[in-house]
Design a protein around this ligand. Structure first.
Ligand code: ATP
Ligand code: MG
Length: 415
Protein backbone atom coordinates (compact mmCIF):
# COMPACT_ATOMS: atom_id res chain seq x y z
CA UNK A 1 0.00 0.00 0.00
CA UNK A 2 1.22 3.45 -0.76
CA UNK A 3 2.03 5.49 2.32
CA UNK A 4 0.66 8.84 1.33
CA UNK A 5 -2.40 8.91 -0.89
CA UNK A 6 -2.11 12.63 -1.39
CA UNK A 7 1.44 12.37 -2.80
CA UNK A 8 1.28 13.82 -6.29
CA UNK A 9 2.17 11.72 -9.27
CA UNK A 10 4.42 13.62 -11.65
CA UNK A 11 2.42 14.76 -14.70
CA UNK A 12 3.68 12.92 -17.76
CA UNK A 13 5.28 15.08 -20.46
CA UNK A 14 4.95 14.53 -24.19
CA UNK A 15 8.02 13.19 -26.01
CA UNK A 16 10.01 16.14 -27.39
CA UNK A 17 9.18 16.93 -30.99
CA UNK A 18 5.70 15.38 -30.87
CA UNK A 19 2.48 17.36 -31.01
CA UNK A 20 -1.00 17.17 -29.54
CA UNK A 21 -3.71 18.61 -31.77
CA UNK A 22 -7.17 19.83 -30.96
CA UNK A 23 -9.44 22.39 -32.55
CA UNK A 24 -8.17 24.59 -35.36
CA UNK A 25 -4.93 22.76 -36.15
CA UNK A 26 -6.53 19.31 -35.88
CA UNK A 27 -9.21 20.53 -38.34
CA UNK A 28 -6.59 21.87 -40.75
CA UNK A 29 -4.69 18.61 -40.53
CA UNK A 30 -7.83 16.61 -41.31
CA UNK A 31 -8.74 18.96 -44.15
CA UNK A 32 -5.40 18.22 -45.84
CA UNK A 33 -6.01 14.48 -45.48
CA UNK A 34 -9.58 14.77 -46.79
CA UNK A 35 -8.52 16.66 -49.93
CA UNK A 36 -5.71 14.17 -50.50
CA UNK A 37 -8.15 11.24 -50.27
CA UNK A 38 -10.41 13.01 -52.75
CA UNK A 39 -7.68 13.75 -55.29
CA UNK A 40 -5.95 10.36 -55.07
CA UNK A 41 -9.25 8.75 -56.07
CA UNK A 42 -9.56 11.10 -59.05
CA UNK A 43 -6.14 9.91 -60.23
CA UNK A 44 -6.87 6.21 -59.64
CA UNK A 45 -4.41 5.64 -56.78
CA UNK A 46 -5.37 2.71 -54.54
CA UNK A 47 -5.27 3.15 -50.81
CA UNK A 48 -2.42 1.16 -49.20
CA UNK A 49 -1.56 0.60 -45.53
CA UNK A 50 1.89 -0.49 -44.40
CA UNK A 51 3.22 -1.05 -40.85
CA UNK A 52 4.61 1.75 -38.71
CA UNK A 53 7.33 -0.64 -37.59
CA UNK A 54 9.66 -2.60 -39.90
CA UNK A 55 12.88 -4.58 -39.57
CA UNK A 56 15.70 -2.01 -39.43
CA UNK A 57 17.26 -3.49 -42.58
CA UNK A 58 14.30 -2.27 -44.67
CA UNK A 59 15.33 1.35 -44.10
CA UNK A 60 19.07 0.90 -43.61
CA UNK A 61 19.37 -0.86 -46.95
CA UNK A 62 17.01 1.27 -48.95
CA UNK A 63 17.95 4.70 -47.63
CA UNK A 64 21.67 3.86 -47.56
CA UNK A 65 23.88 3.95 -44.47
CA UNK A 66 25.38 7.32 -45.35
CA UNK A 67 22.19 9.38 -45.49
CA UNK A 68 21.26 11.72 -42.66
CA UNK A 69 18.08 9.79 -42.02
CA UNK A 70 19.82 6.45 -41.46
CA UNK A 71 22.96 7.71 -39.76
CA UNK A 72 21.34 10.22 -37.37
CA UNK A 73 17.55 10.26 -37.47
CA UNK A 74 16.12 6.75 -37.09
CA UNK A 75 14.22 5.50 -34.07
CA UNK A 76 15.76 2.02 -33.96
CA UNK A 77 15.69 -0.44 -31.10
CA UNK A 78 15.74 -4.11 -30.24
CA UNK A 79 12.32 -5.49 -29.42
CA UNK A 80 11.70 -8.06 -26.68
CA UNK A 81 12.42 -10.87 -29.09
CA UNK A 82 15.84 -9.38 -29.85
CA UNK A 83 14.89 -8.26 -33.36
CA UNK A 84 16.26 -4.94 -34.63
CA UNK A 85 13.28 -2.81 -35.56
CA UNK A 86 12.75 0.81 -36.63
CA UNK A 87 9.79 3.20 -36.54
CA UNK A 88 9.34 4.16 -40.18
CA UNK A 89 11.13 7.41 -41.12
CA UNK A 90 9.46 7.40 -44.58
CA UNK A 91 6.89 5.42 -46.55
CA UNK A 92 8.67 4.43 -49.73
CA UNK A 93 10.92 1.72 -48.28
CA UNK A 94 8.05 0.00 -46.45
CA UNK A 95 5.86 0.11 -49.56
CA UNK A 96 8.72 -1.33 -51.65
CA UNK A 97 9.18 -4.07 -49.03
CA UNK A 98 5.44 -4.83 -49.13
CA UNK A 99 5.51 -4.94 -52.94
CA UNK A 100 8.17 -7.65 -52.79
CA UNK A 101 6.88 -9.72 -49.88
CA UNK A 102 3.29 -9.80 -51.16
CA UNK A 103 4.15 -10.51 -54.78
CA UNK A 104 2.38 -7.39 -55.97
CA UNK A 105 4.35 -7.51 -59.22
CA UNK A 106 1.21 -9.11 -60.62
CA UNK A 107 -0.54 -5.73 -60.26
CA UNK A 108 2.17 -3.64 -61.94
CA UNK A 109 1.97 -0.84 -62.72
CA UNK A 110 0.60 -0.31 -59.24
CA UNK A 111 -0.55 3.16 -58.17
CA UNK A 112 -0.85 3.48 -54.40
CA UNK A 113 -1.32 6.23 -51.84
CA UNK A 114 -1.30 6.42 -48.06
CA UNK A 115 -0.84 8.80 -45.15
CA UNK A 116 0.21 8.49 -41.53
CA UNK A 117 2.89 9.15 -38.91
CA UNK A 118 6.65 8.98 -39.49
CA UNK A 119 9.46 9.23 -36.95
CA UNK A 120 12.81 10.99 -37.24
CA UNK A 121 15.15 12.04 -34.46
CA UNK A 122 15.58 15.64 -35.63
CA UNK A 123 16.07 18.98 -33.90
CA UNK A 124 12.46 20.01 -33.25
CA UNK A 125 11.46 23.45 -34.55
CA UNK A 126 8.60 25.08 -36.45
CA UNK A 127 7.58 22.69 -39.23
CA UNK A 128 10.05 20.02 -38.09
CA UNK A 129 8.99 17.37 -35.60
CA UNK A 130 10.13 13.96 -34.42
CA UNK A 131 6.71 12.47 -35.03
CA UNK A 132 5.34 14.08 -38.16
CA UNK A 133 2.89 13.00 -40.83
CA UNK A 134 3.05 12.61 -44.57
CA UNK A 135 0.81 12.06 -47.53
CA UNK A 136 2.47 9.64 -49.91
CA UNK A 137 1.84 8.54 -53.50
CA UNK A 138 3.83 6.01 -55.53
CA UNK A 139 3.62 4.41 -58.98
CA UNK A 140 5.49 1.10 -58.98
CA UNK A 141 6.35 -0.89 -62.08
CA UNK A 142 6.14 1.83 -64.72
CA UNK A 143 9.16 3.18 -66.61
CA UNK A 144 7.05 5.67 -68.53
CA UNK A 145 7.71 9.41 -68.12
CA UNK A 146 3.92 9.75 -68.12
CA UNK A 147 3.92 8.15 -64.65
CA UNK A 148 6.23 10.93 -63.39
CA UNK A 149 4.07 13.58 -65.02
CA UNK A 150 0.86 12.08 -63.61
CA UNK A 151 2.24 12.14 -60.06
CA UNK A 152 3.32 15.75 -60.47
CA UNK A 153 -0.05 16.82 -61.86
CA UNK A 154 -1.71 14.97 -58.94
CA UNK A 155 0.46 16.92 -56.47
CA UNK A 156 -0.26 20.19 -58.28
CA UNK A 157 -4.03 19.58 -58.21
CA UNK A 158 -3.85 18.74 -54.52
CA UNK A 159 -2.08 22.04 -53.78
CA UNK A 160 -4.65 23.93 -55.85
CA UNK A 161 -7.57 22.23 -54.10
CA UNK A 162 -6.00 23.15 -50.78
CA UNK A 163 -5.80 26.75 -51.99
CA UNK A 164 -2.02 26.91 -51.52
CA UNK A 165 -1.00 26.57 -55.18
CA UNK A 166 -0.16 30.27 -55.52
CA UNK A 167 2.72 30.44 -53.05
CA UNK A 168 4.26 27.06 -53.90
CA UNK A 169 6.64 26.40 -56.81
CA UNK A 170 7.45 23.07 -58.46
CA UNK A 171 11.21 22.78 -58.95
CA UNK A 172 12.43 19.98 -61.14
CA UNK A 173 15.66 18.31 -62.17
CA UNK A 174 16.83 15.20 -63.94
CA UNK A 175 19.53 12.87 -62.68
CA UNK A 176 19.56 11.05 -66.01
CA UNK A 177 20.02 7.34 -66.55
CA UNK A 178 22.90 5.28 -65.13
CA UNK A 179 25.33 6.35 -67.85
CA UNK A 180 24.54 10.08 -67.59
CA UNK A 181 24.61 10.01 -63.85
CA UNK A 182 27.98 8.24 -63.64
CA UNK A 183 29.56 10.67 -66.11
CA UNK A 184 28.16 13.65 -64.20
CA UNK A 185 29.30 12.20 -60.91
CA UNK A 186 32.87 11.87 -62.20
CA UNK A 187 32.81 15.49 -63.39
CA UNK A 188 31.43 16.63 -60.04
CA UNK A 189 34.05 14.77 -58.03
CA UNK A 190 36.74 16.34 -60.19
CA UNK A 191 35.25 19.80 -59.63
CA UNK A 192 34.93 19.32 -55.88
CA UNK A 193 38.45 17.84 -55.58
CA UNK A 194 39.75 21.07 -57.05
CA UNK A 195 38.12 22.92 -54.12
CA UNK A 196 38.61 20.36 -51.37
CA UNK A 197 40.34 22.84 -49.09
CA UNK A 198 37.30 25.13 -49.01
CA UNK A 199 34.55 22.55 -48.50
CA UNK A 200 32.75 22.12 -45.18
CA UNK A 201 33.59 19.09 -43.09
CA UNK A 202 30.25 17.44 -43.92
CA UNK A 203 30.82 17.88 -47.61
CA UNK A 204 34.35 16.51 -47.42
CA UNK A 205 32.84 13.35 -45.96
CA UNK A 206 30.23 13.33 -48.76
CA UNK A 207 32.93 13.62 -51.42
CA UNK A 208 33.70 9.92 -51.08
CA UNK A 209 30.33 8.40 -50.47
CA UNK A 210 27.68 10.77 -51.74
CA UNK A 211 29.23 13.60 -53.82
CA UNK A 212 25.93 14.65 -55.44
CA UNK A 213 24.63 15.75 -52.06
CA UNK A 214 27.25 18.51 -51.91
CA UNK A 215 25.19 20.28 -54.58
CA UNK A 216 22.29 20.91 -52.22
CA UNK A 217 24.41 21.62 -49.14
CA UNK A 218 23.01 24.44 -47.02
CA UNK A 219 26.43 25.34 -45.60
CA UNK A 220 27.44 28.83 -46.82
CA UNK A 221 31.04 27.60 -47.17
CA UNK A 222 29.92 25.09 -49.78
CA UNK A 223 27.50 27.28 -51.71
CA UNK A 224 29.90 29.03 -54.14
CA UNK A 225 31.60 25.71 -54.92
CA UNK A 226 28.26 23.94 -55.41
CA UNK A 227 26.91 26.80 -57.52
CA UNK A 228 29.88 26.75 -59.88
CA UNK A 229 29.76 22.96 -60.32
CA UNK A 230 28.80 21.60 -63.76
CA UNK A 231 25.12 20.87 -64.53
CA UNK A 232 24.15 17.41 -65.66
CA UNK A 233 23.00 18.70 -69.06
CA UNK A 234 26.29 18.15 -70.86
CA UNK A 235 26.36 14.54 -69.65
CA UNK A 236 22.80 13.47 -70.46
CA UNK A 237 22.43 10.63 -72.96
CA UNK A 238 19.84 11.07 -75.71
CA UNK A 239 17.50 8.66 -73.90
CA UNK A 240 17.78 10.60 -70.67
CA UNK A 241 17.18 13.87 -72.50
CA UNK A 242 14.10 12.41 -74.17
CA UNK A 243 12.79 11.14 -70.84
CA UNK A 244 13.10 14.55 -69.19
CA UNK A 245 11.55 16.24 -72.23
CA UNK A 246 8.58 13.86 -72.04
CA UNK A 247 8.03 14.63 -68.34
CA UNK A 248 8.12 18.39 -68.88
CA UNK A 249 5.92 18.10 -71.99
CA UNK A 250 3.38 16.26 -69.84
CA UNK A 251 3.48 19.06 -67.29
CA UNK A 252 3.15 21.75 -69.95
CA UNK A 253 0.18 19.94 -71.53
CA UNK A 254 -1.52 19.74 -68.13
CA UNK A 255 -0.82 23.43 -67.46
CA UNK A 256 1.44 22.78 -64.48
CA UNK A 257 4.07 25.47 -63.97
CA UNK A 258 7.60 24.28 -63.16
CA UNK A 259 11.11 25.62 -62.81
CA UNK A 260 14.39 23.86 -63.47
CA UNK A 261 16.61 23.53 -60.43
CA UNK A 262 19.89 22.06 -61.65
CA UNK A 263 21.14 21.78 -58.04
CA UNK A 264 18.32 19.51 -56.92
CA UNK A 265 19.64 15.98 -56.33
CA UNK A 266 18.96 12.72 -54.58
CA UNK A 267 22.14 11.15 -53.35
CA UNK A 268 21.55 7.44 -53.60
CA UNK A 269 22.61 5.41 -56.60
CA UNK A 270 19.19 4.02 -57.37
CA UNK A 271 17.63 7.42 -58.05
CA UNK A 272 17.12 8.08 -61.75
CA UNK A 273 15.72 10.73 -64.02
CA UNK A 274 13.15 12.92 -62.30
CA UNK A 275 13.83 14.63 -58.96
CA UNK A 276 11.51 17.35 -57.69
CA UNK A 277 10.41 19.50 -54.80
CA UNK A 278 7.46 21.81 -54.28
CA UNK A 279 8.86 24.73 -52.29
CA UNK A 280 7.53 27.86 -50.64
CA UNK A 281 9.10 30.83 -48.90
CA UNK A 282 6.18 31.06 -46.49
CA UNK A 283 7.50 28.52 -43.96
CA UNK A 284 10.94 29.91 -43.15
CA UNK A 285 13.71 27.33 -43.26
CA UNK A 286 11.23 24.45 -43.59
CA UNK A 287 10.22 25.47 -47.11
CA UNK A 288 9.88 22.10 -48.83
CA UNK A 289 6.31 20.85 -48.71
CA UNK A 290 6.51 17.95 -51.17
CA UNK A 291 9.56 16.00 -52.29
CA UNK A 292 9.98 13.03 -54.60
CA UNK A 293 11.42 11.44 -57.65
CA UNK A 294 12.10 8.29 -59.61
CA UNK A 295 13.82 5.43 -57.79
CA UNK A 296 14.27 2.72 -60.42
CA UNK A 297 16.81 0.66 -58.46
CA UNK A 298 15.29 0.61 -54.98
CA UNK A 299 13.23 -2.57 -55.18
CA UNK A 300 16.22 -4.47 -56.55
CA UNK A 301 18.37 -3.11 -53.69
CA UNK A 302 15.82 -4.63 -51.30
CA UNK A 303 16.14 -8.04 -52.94
CA UNK A 304 13.22 -7.83 -55.38
CA UNK A 305 13.15 -7.88 -59.18
CA UNK A 306 14.37 -4.85 -61.14
CA UNK A 307 11.35 -2.54 -60.93
CA UNK A 308 11.07 1.08 -62.07
CA UNK A 309 9.13 3.32 -59.68
CA UNK A 310 8.42 6.96 -58.88
CA UNK A 311 6.74 8.71 -55.97
CA UNK A 312 6.43 11.68 -53.65
CA UNK A 313 5.75 12.53 -50.04
CA UNK A 314 4.19 15.69 -48.58
CA UNK A 315 4.42 16.97 -45.01
CA UNK A 316 0.87 17.22 -43.67
CA UNK A 317 1.80 19.66 -40.88
CA UNK A 318 3.55 21.98 -43.35
CA UNK A 319 0.56 21.93 -45.70
CA UNK A 320 -1.81 22.51 -42.78
CA UNK A 321 0.24 25.57 -41.76
CA UNK A 322 -0.08 27.02 -45.26
CA UNK A 323 -3.88 26.86 -45.41
CA UNK A 324 -5.75 30.15 -45.41
CA UNK A 325 -7.45 31.06 -42.14
CA UNK A 326 -10.94 30.82 -43.65
CA UNK A 327 -10.53 27.41 -45.29
CA UNK A 328 -12.01 25.57 -42.37
CA UNK A 329 -15.72 26.10 -41.80
CA UNK A 330 -16.42 24.61 -38.42
CA UNK A 331 -20.02 25.70 -38.30
CA UNK A 332 -22.58 23.00 -37.71
CA UNK A 333 -25.64 22.86 -39.94
CA UNK A 334 -27.92 23.26 -36.93
CA UNK A 335 -28.10 23.60 -33.16
CA UNK A 336 -31.26 22.68 -31.30
CA UNK A 337 -32.18 24.47 -28.05
CA UNK A 338 -34.70 22.49 -25.99
CA UNK A 339 -36.56 25.21 -24.13
CA UNK A 340 -38.90 22.89 -22.28
CA UNK A 341 -37.97 19.44 -20.95
CA UNK A 342 -41.48 18.26 -21.87
CA UNK A 343 -40.43 18.53 -25.52
CA UNK A 344 -37.24 16.48 -25.14
CA UNK A 345 -38.67 13.51 -27.10
CA UNK A 346 -39.64 15.77 -30.02
CA UNK A 347 -36.22 17.43 -29.93
CA UNK A 348 -34.46 14.07 -29.96
CA UNK A 349 -36.58 13.04 -32.91
CA UNK A 350 -35.58 16.20 -34.78
CA UNK A 351 -31.92 15.68 -33.84
CA UNK A 352 -31.91 12.08 -35.09
CA UNK A 353 -33.78 12.97 -38.30
CA UNK A 354 -31.33 15.78 -39.10
CA UNK A 355 -28.20 13.76 -38.36
CA UNK A 356 -29.65 10.79 -40.25
CA UNK A 357 -30.17 13.02 -43.30
CA UNK A 358 -26.59 14.26 -43.26
CA UNK A 359 -26.96 17.53 -41.34
CA UNK A 360 -24.37 18.07 -38.62
CA UNK A 361 -26.41 18.93 -35.54
CA UNK A 362 -25.87 19.51 -31.81
CA UNK A 363 -28.45 19.77 -29.06
CA UNK A 364 -28.53 21.94 -25.92
CA UNK A 365 -30.81 20.19 -23.43
CA UNK A 366 -29.15 20.64 -20.05
CA UNK A 367 -28.91 23.47 -17.53
CA UNK A 368 -31.61 26.05 -16.92
CA UNK A 369 -34.19 25.90 -19.78
CA UNK A 370 -34.33 29.72 -19.94
CA UNK A 371 -30.60 29.92 -20.64
CA UNK A 372 -30.49 27.20 -23.29
CA UNK A 373 -31.39 29.44 -26.22
CA UNK A 374 -28.52 31.82 -25.48
CA UNK A 375 -26.18 28.90 -24.94
CA UNK A 376 -27.21 27.38 -28.27
CA UNK A 377 -26.86 30.75 -30.02
CA UNK A 378 -23.18 30.83 -29.06
CA UNK A 379 -22.41 27.58 -30.89
CA UNK A 380 -21.31 28.36 -34.49
CA UNK A 381 -24.06 26.98 -36.75
CA UNK A 382 -26.02 27.90 -39.87
CA UNK A 383 -29.39 27.31 -38.23
CA UNK A 384 -30.68 27.77 -34.70
CA UNK A 385 -33.69 25.61 -33.90
CA UNK A 386 -35.66 26.19 -30.72
CA UNK A 387 -38.17 23.61 -29.52
CA UNK A 388 -40.55 24.33 -26.63
CA UNK A 389 -44.16 24.69 -25.51
CA UNK A 390 -46.44 27.67 -25.95
CA UNK A 391 -50.12 27.76 -24.92
CA UNK A 392 -50.00 24.03 -24.23
CA UNK A 393 -48.76 23.28 -27.76
CA UNK A 394 -45.30 22.25 -28.90
CA UNK A 395 -43.52 24.65 -31.26
CA UNK A 396 -40.47 24.49 -33.47
CA UNK A 397 -38.81 27.70 -34.58
CA UNK A 398 -35.94 27.76 -37.09
CA UNK A 399 -33.68 30.77 -37.67
CA UNK A 400 -31.23 30.98 -40.51
CA UNK A 401 -31.65 31.33 -44.26
CA UNK A 402 -28.84 29.43 -45.93
CA UNK A 403 -29.79 26.88 -48.56
CA UNK A 404 -28.97 24.05 -46.20
CA UNK A 405 -31.08 25.62 -43.49
CA UNK A 406 -34.08 25.59 -45.79
CA UNK A 407 -33.46 21.89 -46.52
CA UNK A 408 -33.08 21.19 -42.79
CA UNK A 409 -36.32 23.04 -42.13
CA UNK A 410 -38.20 20.75 -44.49
CA UNK A 411 -36.94 17.71 -42.60
CA UNK A 412 -37.96 19.09 -39.21
CA UNK A 413 -41.35 20.27 -40.46
CA UNK A 414 -42.08 16.81 -41.87
CA UNK A 415 -41.73 15.20 -38.40
P1 ATP B 1 13.89 18.52 -45.12
O1 ATP B 1 14.89 18.96 -46.15
O2 ATP B 1 12.91 19.58 -44.73
O3 ATP B 1 14.55 17.82 -43.95
P2 ATP B 1 13.48 15.96 -46.28
O4 ATP B 1 14.25 16.01 -47.54
O5 ATP B 1 14.07 15.25 -45.11
O6 ATP B 1 13.01 17.42 -45.84
P3 ATP B 1 11.56 14.10 -47.30
O7 ATP B 1 12.20 12.94 -46.66
O8 ATP B 1 11.64 14.27 -48.77
O9 ATP B 1 12.03 15.42 -46.59
O10 ATP B 1 10.02 14.16 -46.83
C1 ATP B 1 9.00 14.77 -47.61
C2 ATP B 1 8.31 15.87 -46.87
O11 ATP B 1 7.98 15.50 -45.54
C3 ATP B 1 9.12 17.13 -46.69
O12 ATP B 1 9.07 17.90 -47.85
C4 ATP B 1 8.40 17.81 -45.55
O13 ATP B 1 7.23 18.47 -46.00
C5 ATP B 1 8.00 16.65 -44.69
N1 ATP B 1 8.94 16.44 -43.58
C6 ATP B 1 10.14 15.81 -43.61
N2 ATP B 1 10.70 15.78 -42.39
C7 ATP B 1 9.82 16.40 -41.55
C8 ATP B 1 9.80 16.67 -40.13
N3 ATP B 1 10.79 16.28 -39.34
N4 ATP B 1 8.72 17.34 -39.62
C9 ATP B 1 7.71 17.73 -40.42
N5 ATP B 1 7.66 17.49 -41.75
C10 ATP B 1 8.70 16.83 -42.31
MG1 MG C 1 15.22 15.88 -43.49
Amino acid sequence: MSKDKSAKIATPQAVRGTQDMLGDFADRFQHVVDRFEHVRRLYGYKRIEVPVIEPTAVFARSLGETTDVVSKEMYSFEDRGGEGVTLRPEFTAGIARAYITNGWQQFAPLKVATHGPLFRYERPQKGRYRQFHQLDAETIGSDSPLADAELLVFADQLLKELGVGEGVTLTLNTLGDAESRDAWRTALVEHFMGHRGDLSEDSLARLDKNPLRILDSKDPKDRPIADSAPDIDAYLTNEAQDFFAAVTAGLDAAGVAWERNARLVRGLDYYRHTAFEFVTDRLGAQGTVIGGGRYDGLIETLGGPATPAVGWAAGIERLAMLLDADVIDNRLDAVIAVEDDGQLALAMKALTALRGSGFSTEIVASGSPRKRFDKAAKIPAHALISIGTRDGESYINIRGDSERTIAAKAIVQAL
